[in-house]
Design a protein around this ligand. Structure first.
Ligand code: SF4
Length: 349
């Protein structure tokens, strides 16, 4: 594509976006805190699922100040089910920086936003363009896909150099309606030129400049580098109960699922004798194994193959925190890997 064609992108996309975009709660505001929150949530979750989380989060923490001062367990609870808990911890850290360094006012400059904890180039671009109309692109997987098709470029879109080049070429054509243009690109990449299906070129406003469409290559794009194999890890998870209470413990403050609640668990798949010995080692007296179930959970680079053992013990001890079912539901943020076992239990509670 030559530059002249790419220059036409804003004039083709903006009217289409204004006519066709989906009405979403975070599109009815220019409040940077709201846009930032929605962008972080949308990085990991479908739009429909985000709506509820977004509304609950803002009802509980309506301002940056409230977020900066909130209790960690309450924060994790608001995020429960979304995964990637480091993102919500960074939200709080960034809110604290905004409170301390900017007197509670969200900074309106790209470099200042980019310097906040947990905010990368994509999020900084999205917040700055949507909230402040700054001409900075927000390049995510959707935009990379659209761009690779528009330019008929088979370079793997996961390469940092490809992303940098897309960002640079887009920055050069940003119109003054920067927020709408960012959202138009996102919308095109989420709808007519969406992932994992045929692009709907027949209803695309960019058809006349799209080289992927003109060359018949759109469906073969984007190209990605071959995936690395996920590391497989076996774990045995203990759902220990006594008099209607369940043993939970906090994970270490650093590393995978840092600071979240979990059911006690150990590496490897233990057989019955080994499991009973392990529970005794925890300082508990096992009474009865109630059942066993197997579950898998996939993280970005690791897959946990988990054996869950539901076990009744004789007394509440062993250095754990013991929660009732109601307390687990109301207070303890269980990451999905462990919630799988809790949901199984709740069916019977
Ligand atoms: Fe995507 Fe087709 Fe539009 Fe090109 S014409 S941007 S391939 S939907």
């Amino acid at each position: 594509m030559d530059n002249l064609d790419l220059n036409m992108l804003p004039e083709l996309l903006l009217p289409w976006y204004r006519e066709n975009h989906r009405c979403l709660p975070w599109r009815e505001t220019r409040e940077p805190y709201h846009i930032w929150l929605s962008e972080i949530m949308l990085q990991q979750t479908r739009v429909e699922a985000v709506k509820g989380y977004y509304a609950r989060f803002l009802a509980a923490l309506p301002t940056v100040e409230a977020l900066a001062n909130c209790d960690d367990d309450a924060l994790h609870k608001l995020w429960e089910g979304l995964g990637y808990y480091s993102r919500v911890r960074n939200l709080k850290k960034a809110a604290q920086v905004i409170q301390e360094r900017y007197n509670g006012q969200f900074p309106g400059e790209y470099d200042a936003v980019l310097a906040l904890p947990g905010i990368g180039e994509y999020t900084a671009g999205a917040v700055c363009s949507i909230a402040f109309d700054l001409p900075v692109p927000a390049v995510d997987g959707n935009v990379l896909r659209v761009f690779s098709r528009l330019t008929d470029d088979p370079s793997p879109i996961d390469l940092p150099a490809v992303k940098a080049s897309v960002r640079e070429r887009l920055a050069a054509i940003y119109p003054k309606e920067a927020g709408d243009f960012t959202q138009a690109l996102m919308e095109l990449g989420a709808t007519v030129c969406g992932p994992n299906r045929k692009p709907e070129c027949g209803s695309c406003p960019c058809r006349k400049i799209c080289l992927g469409y003109q060359h018949g290559t759109a469906e073969t794009l984007p190209v990605k580098s071959p995936k690395r194999e996920r590391r497989q890890e076996d774990r045995t998870v203990f759902i220990l109960q006594c008099d209607g209470k369940y043993a939970l413990e906090k994970r270490p403050g650093k590393g995978l699922l840092a600071g979240l609640w979990q059911f006690p668990n150990v590496a490897g798949h233990l057989d019955t004798a080994q499991a009973l010995a392990e529970v005794e080692r925890m300082g508990l007296r096992p009474r009865e194994i109630l059942r066993e179930v197997s579950r898998k959970h996939i993280f970005t680079h690791i897959q946990w193959n988990m054996k869950g053992i539901y076990l009744e013990v004789a007394e509440v001890s062993g250095g754990f925190s013991w929660f009732t079912a109601e307390q687990i539901d109301a207070q303890a943020a269980l990451p999905t890997a462990f919630r799988l076992f809790w949901e199984e239990e709740e069916r019977d509670v």
